[in-house]
Design a protein around this ligand. Sequence first.
Ligand code: 5GP
Ligand code: ZN
Length: 111
Amino acid sequence: MSCLFCSIVSGDIPSNKVYEDELVYAFYDIDPQAPVHFLVIPKEHIPSAGAVTPENSAVVAHCFEVIAKVTKELGITDFRVVSNCGLQAGQSVPHLHFHVLAGRDMTWPPG
Ligand code: 5GP
Ligand code: ZN
């Protein structure tokens, strides 16, 4: 199965890594929407937030631990975490990912 983010995890497609461990990979977004914009993804292929189950949800909690750790290391206290699920919500890569955006004022509601 060809998946862009699986190819980034395997190193077949290069990326600007922020963090990596056995379960999770984090890297800067190629098209940043804020002064700081990185993505946190499970290494395991989970298609979206809509595909989280009792069997695979532990890695989602781990993603949030990584978000807390990496933002702290970067000195970021104020940030937004976004996961788009499905085409109407703006998901363009069908591998679960959490956008972490920081460094500017964020508006609400989101567009
Ligand atoms: P989505 O649109 O699914 O919520 O988020 C996908 C994100 O992946 C987008 O913000 C897009 O800029 C980013 N992206 C797409 N292709 C690449 C790539 O090859 N490298 C990196 N670093 N980011 C990518
Ligand atoms: Zn994948």
